[in-house]
Design a binder for this molecule. Structure first.
Ligand code: SDX
Length: 437
């Protein structure tokens, strides 16, 4: 192995040579897949910040340059005429669809937009104030009950069928959960509407008044979904891969992804951002106090929508979303004081040494909620919208792993630091305040 193609690990008198893998853009990885076999050692990287868990051809991020590309195409190139469904197809099948492929995929989505009435009935047994992400995860998992023919996908046709069911029905589930929470009747999907217009129709139409989407809002929602569509091995995608690695079905894998995305450090941040901005707007705290609280180590508060594990530069999605806010607001003569507060917070943070030293910039969640608000989408539905956008990415990543014959169940090792060996103590002999650790 040439010197440049290997790493040498020396531990005591042990010397282990490990191959180095090189990615498309020259990034390098030490292949430790045989480390334990060759050395008896494992590596320790609890948040996997230094560990590539797969080789993937779907999404490329350069965190220092603020670059994001889907199948090699920079996301900026999707902004002119945003079409979420063609980007979903690109991510899942690896190429932009031609006219026939796009119309077949769109047709598959239309044919699968309804929910089984048994599933629809279940909404009536959910509390009105149930968290929408809990409903979404449960309902996606329930799809496995109504589409048992797709618990195993072993051919391209059945894979496309299950992907279409998920991508199409996720909108209906999201809209129905909103309607239920408002005590409104369900508005069924309209087969003549495009993906995003149909979602907004199901969310906002009334039996006596059809919701008519404006081109600006339809483009803005396509853009929001596109910008959330994939982001390589983030927490929720890693969850989908982990569940899928056990050969669990795609419904269960994506339902697990929804649960991971719900976390306020991940997709739940877009809700936290709006609540943070509203607190400032209502006078609960000033922008300066917000920044100070985020810097205060004794305070668990963070500046939500700021910082990123990969981006140590401005998240390119945040840049596009900020521009989209300004464009949509101008076109619709819409005003939202929260946008001014967000701009002020960004200005304060980007000038503050604490954020500069840590390379903390706005991420995708900082402006996304402001744009969703402009569409009338309630705050508690923001992370659900993130999930609708991210679903094609989860499906693409699940498929890439599923189609790889070398894929194995994901099962990391650990470093045990517990007790050496203890004797079982019968209940009668145990002390009342016996503590193990
Ligand atoms: C998403 O992974 C993805 O790709 C995710 C995502 C996707 O598309 O899937 O991009 C979507 O989840 C975006 C992130 C949304 N979350 C937030 O906005 C929550 C606020 N951000 C932080 O919690 C944090 O920045 C994370 C969770 C995003 C990243 O966490 P890391 O990589 O573990 O960074 P860290 O917590 O180790 O922070 C490094 C330092 C720490 O300070 P020190 O210990 O060095 O003194 O920066 C500080 C942190 O305290 N820090 C922040 C901060 N983010 C990091 N301090 C205040 N406010 C923040 N927002």
């Amino acid at each position: 192995m040439p010197e440049s193609a290997k790493a040498v690990l020396v531990v005591g008198d042990q010397r282990v040579e490990l191959p180095i893998l090189v990615g498309t853009h020259g990034e390098r990885a030490i292949d430790i897949s045989r480390l334990r076999e060759l050395s008896g050692l494992v590596t320790y990287d609890p948040s996997l910040a230094n560990t590539a868990i797969t080789q993937s051809a779907i999404t490329y991020i350069d965190g220092d340059q603020g670059i994001l590309r889907y199948r090699g195409i920079p996301i900026e190139q999707f902004t002119e005429k945003p079409n979420f469904i063609e980007v979903a197809y690109l991510l899942i099948f690896g190429h932009l669809p031609n006219k026939t492929e796009l119309s077949q995929f769109s047709e598959a989505l239309t044919e699968n937009e309804l929910l089984h009435e048994g599933l629809t009935q279940q909404f009536y047994h959910i509390p009105l104030d149930a968290p929408p992400m809990a409903i979404l995860s449960a309902m996606l998992s329930q799809l496995a009950c109504y589409h048992q023919e797709f618990l195993k996908v072993e051919d391209p046709e059945s894979f496309l069928a299950v992907a279409a069911r998920l991508i199409s029905k996720v909108r209906t589930i999201a809209a129905f959960s909103y309607r239920r929470s408002q005590g409104l009747p369900f508005i069924y999907p309209d087969p003549h509407l495009r993906y995003c217009a149909n979602f907004l129709h199901m969310m906002f139409s009334l039996p006596y008044k059809q919701y008519i989407v404006t081109p600006e809002i339809e483009d803005a929602l396509n853009l929001v979904f596109i910008l959330h569509a994939d982001h390589e091995q983030n927490c929720s995608t890693m969850t989908v891969r982990t569940v899928g690695s056990a050969k669990a079905n795609l419904f269960a894998s994506c339902a697990a992804g929804v649960s991971a995305l719900w976390g306020p450090l991940h997709g739940g941040a877009n809700v936290e951002v709006i609540q943070m901005l509203e607190r400032i707007y209502q006078g609960g705290m000033s922008a300066e106090e917000c920044i100070a609280a985020a810097k205060d180590k004794s305070n668990p508060f963070r500046l939500y929508g700021f910082g990123h594990r990969i981006y140590k530069n401005y998240d390119p999605r945040a840049k596009i979303l900020k521009q989209a806010c300004e464009r949509v607001f101008a076109n619709l003569q819409h005003k939202d004081p929260l946008l001014d507060i967000a701009r002020k917070l960004e200005e304060l943070a980007l000038a503050d040494p604490y954020f500069i030293e840590r390379k903390l910039y706005p991420n995708v969640d900082f402006y996304s909620g402001i744009l969703l608000r402009a569409m009338g989408i309630p705050t508690n539905m923001f992370t659900v919208c993130f999930a609708i956008g991210r679903l094609p990415g989860w499906i693409a990543q699940w498929k890439e792993q599923h189609d790889n014959p070398e894929s194995r169940i994901i099962r990391p090792r650990q470093l045990y630091i517990g007790l050496v060996e203890e004797k079982y103590v019968p209940l009668a002999e145990r002390q009342t305040s016996q503590r193990i650790f």
